[in-house]
Design a protein around this ligand. Structure first.
Ligand code: SF4
Ligand SMILES: [Zn+2]
Length: 325
């Protein structure tokens, strides 16, 4: 059929006839041209602490201007933001916020960065890129909170404007990605490597879901992949699952599972492993990798202690990986 186009933004590689949308519902073929339906039209806008992303080693204690457009290219059965991520753009009332307005607002609210978050920023990559370029010109950082299901080419074009990213590594099993998320594993691993190689500060989040991806060996394998491919200084956040969306028949993740995963990952050689969405003894504390002193202590999203000076431990001067100022 004439006017048919293929979107090469993400691994779904949707082939679209005129009038047809991609799987993400936000990219439409208009007479042979691929158009974004969400450019400049976020459906969620908030000022959040950077710790909420979560990013624990990037400008701690700072506020970030957080925006999300409708739509996602994955179908995670546990999605916390399904009301906007799984919605078509016409189903949620948007704000009118072109890139200039996002940057103006972020500065007005005293934010240090703009975060593209809550849903999947990669499916509105043009909006993210234009905003990130402008943000950098005006002294603001850009943060991606993403599932990383994107093709290498478009990602590489964006990466140079991204200062930090929290990437979900939902599992180290391809079948989990296929069965629970409607995607595949390999592109996500590529994204993590590409962002790391591009100089973006990367932290990784793994949502631990009872019975589905909480096996000891699987969690060990995941931590091992992060260690071998991204290095021991890459923060890994094990996050607690709560029943949600299409996974309401499972219990919340037991705290012991998360604490054990953390201990195992630390024992394997990762320096900074955290527990999210749960209160544990040490799960939100950044410790010095050399002397073990508590360097950054957090209560909820609040930083209550910060013993890092010139990117090093204030006690023993060991460098601590991250962007601290
Ligand atoms: S970004 Fe959307 S339209 Fe493009 S390939 Fe992915 S799901 Fe399809
Ligand atoms: Zn130290």
């Amino acid at each position: 059929m004439s006017g048919r186009v293929q979107c090469v933004l993400c691994p779904h590689m949707c082939v679209l006839d005129p009038g047809q949308r991609g799987r993400c519902t936000v990219r439409l073929n208009v007479e042979g041209e691929l158009v974004s339906l969400v450019y400049g039209r976020p459906v969620a806008v908030n000022v959040d602490p950077v710790e909420k992303k979560p990013l624990f080693h990037f400008l701690p204690g700072s506020d970030v201007f957080s925006i999300a457009t409708a739509g996602c290219n994955l179908r995670c059965r546990f999605c916390q933001n399904w009301e906007i991520s799984q919605a078509a753009p016409e189903d949620v009332a948007p704000y009118d916020l072109p890139p200039e307005a996002v940057v103006d607002s972020a500065l007005e609210y005293g934010c240090r960065a703009i975060a593209y978050t809550y849903t999947e920023p990669m499916v509105c990559i043009e909006y993210v890129r234009d905003t990130a370029v402008l943000a950098r010109e005006r002294g603001l950082a850009s943060i991606l909170v993403t599932a990383g299901y994107v093709n290498p080419g478009p990602l590489m074009e964006l990466a140079e404007y991204v200062d930090a990213a929290n990437v979900d590594l939902k599992s180290i099993s391809d079948s989990y990605y296929r069965d629970v998320c409607g995607g595949t594993l390999a592109p996500v691993l590529d994204t993590l490597r590409i962002l790391k190689d591009s100089g973006t500060w990367v932290e990784v989040t793994n949502l631990v879901v009872p019975t589905l991806n909480d096996g000891k060996e699987e969690l060990e394998e995941l931590a091992g992949w992060v260690l071998d491919n991204l290095g021991p200084d890459t923060p890994l956040h094990f996050s607690r699952f709560f029943p949600m969306y299409r996974l309401t028949d499972l219990p919340p993740t037991p705290i012991e599972t998360l604490a054990e995963a953390r201990e195992t990952a630390l024992g394997m050689g990762l320096h900074h492993v955290y527990v999210g969405n749960a209160v544990t003894t040490d799960g939100m504390v950044t410790r010095c990798p050399a002397c073990g002193a508590e360097l950054v202590v957090r209560e909820g999203y609040l930083v209550t202690r910060m013993d890092i000076q010139d990117s090093a431990c204030s006690h023993c001067s060991e460098p601590v990986a991250g962007i601290w100022e």
